[in-house]
Design a binder for this molecule. Structure first.
Ligand SMILES: Cc1cc2nc3c(=O)[nH]c(=O)nc-3n(C[C@H](O)[C@H](O)[C@H](O)COP(=O)(O)OP(=O)(O)OC[C@H]3O[C@@H](n4cnc5c(N)ncnc54)[C@H](O)[C@@H]3O)c2cc1C
Length: 381
């Protein structure tokens, strides 16, 4: 095996990094995951994820974790209601004969992360290790972390997400702004604080459209309601709007103005003090991005191909990268690691190019004047 006697460092313990670690360990590779979070109790935020047969679910199948997935997935979480800005339901998976989500089972991010972490050898994950830089050393790299620690690895895999700190060691290609910025939020104890919206979401998802804007709500298994707005604003809006995103009142004031023609029911999203917000301008990489393969450094997931969430593919792509990369790195087919990395990166870029193209089409469709009609037509096939 190409990785015989080699130490692999995976930077980032998201779904992409953890899946890669598991798949490499199954093949006997020595792997360490360096994760920025302080410990495994760090609250995992974000909406539920639907995993697709050929990508996310296939990664779990190969990792021997598909039964664990099905014992934690939430069968109703993918049930979708399409509504207009007045919260009037236009299409409802809860009453439809065939639900859109049936072949795309959903799981919360927290349980998915737990399943993947629990499958790794003890001590694989080194917490509180925020990568800051690395230097070439002998045949490999010495990685430096914010906590002052350093570590050597023969092979480095960047799985550190959309704002990857390792990507610049591979390429200087910059991301392109998609034209849409998301404000992501998480409302705890939704049944208590937002009863009307909690009923509307009904344990599943609500997609609302109006005025070329979107609002997507997901119920989580722990009683939270996660949501994200989508607005067409300039790339600099997050910095220049002057909004203090740590302040509920500031974000509510902005929401009441930006979504001022929407039904007041949506304002329930701001009913509790226990809230957090993250503004996320949405970027993608140029469809034809390419870079030369390195002998001992590569990347996967959002680090390689960040994109807006409007095709629900980000996590699925990251997990498909994981099994394709693990296959290449542990195959006997290639003469050396650089060739194995080159084969992986070529197929990964091609796949990501197509998915990014579809994602950008969806981003435009869902923020068009006739977004709701577009979405109803899409759902009805
Ligand atoms: C609002 C929103 C909704 C989304 N909805 C969906 C959806 O429905 N379906 C879907 O498939 N995708 C969705 N996505 C996209 C999906 O979340 C990502 O594509 C996916 O998480 C990428 O996985 P990853 O492992 O590459 O990166 P991440 O999940 O971002 O994981 C990166 C990890 O690296 C760690 N890290 C970061 N920097 C460092 C550092 N310097 N040193 C060490 N560790 C570091 C982070 O703490 C994190 O644990 C959504 C994204 C957003 C923002």
């Amino acid at each position: 095996m190409l990785l015989q006697n080699k130490q692999v460092a995976i930077v980032g313990g998201g779904p992409g990094g953890l899946s890669t670690a598991r798949l490499l360990q199954i093949k006997g590779a020595q792997v360490t995951v360096y994760e920025r979070d302080v410990n495994q109790e760090a609250r995992v935020q974000g909406a539920t994820l639907d995993l697709h047969e050929e990508s996310g679910l296939e990664a779990l199948r190969r990792a021997g974790l598909i039964d664990a997935f099905y014992s934690h997935h939430r069968p109703d979480a993918g049930k979708l209601r399409l509504v207009d800005k007045h919260a009037v339901i236009m299409l409802d998976d809860h009453t439809a004969e065939t639900a859109y989500a049936e072949d795309r089972p959903e799981i919360d991010r927290g349980p998915l992360r737990k399943i993947l972490m629990g499958s790794l050898k003890p001590g694989t994950i080194v917490w509180d290790s925020q990568f800051v830089s690395m230097d070439k050393h002998q045949e490999g790299w010495v990685l430096h972390f914010r906590n002052g620690q350093s570590a050597y690895a023969d092979v480095v895999i960047a799985a550190d997400g959309a704002n990857s700190s390792i990507r610049p060691y591979l390429t200087s290609i910059q991301p392109v702004y998609s034209g849409v910025t998301i404000v992501e939020g998480n409302l705890y104890h939704a049944a208590k604080h937002a009863p009307a919206l909690n009923d509307l979401v009904k344990g599943g998802k609500v997609f609302a459209f109006g005025d070329e804007q979107s609002l997507i709500l997901s119920a989580k298994g722990d009683g939270c309601l996660s949501f994200y707005t989508g607005c067409k604003v300039p790339e600099t809006w997050m910095r220049e709007s002057g909004i203090d995103f740590t302040s509920r009142d500031a974000v509510r004031t902005w929401f009441m103005s930006a979504f001022g023609t929407w039904d007041p029911v949506w304002q329930e999203l701001f009913a509790s003090d226990e809230l957090y917000f993250i503004p996320r301008p949405q970027y993608h990489y140029p469809l034809d991005q390419t870079w030369p393969a390195h002998p001992n450094l590569t990347m996967l997931g959002d680090a390689a191909h960040r994109m807006p969430p409007y095709a629900g593919e980000g996590v699925n792509m990251a997990m498909q990268d994981a099994f394709e990369l693990a296959d290449c790195l542990t195959s006997d087919e290639y003469p050396d690691l650089q060739t194995a990395i080159e084969v992986y990166e070529k197929q990964m870029r091609l796949r990501a190019m197509e998915i990014t193209r579809v994602t950008l089409e969806n981003t435009a469709l869902l923020h068009a004047t006739d977004a709701l009609d577009n979405m109803v037509a899409m759902m009805q096939g």
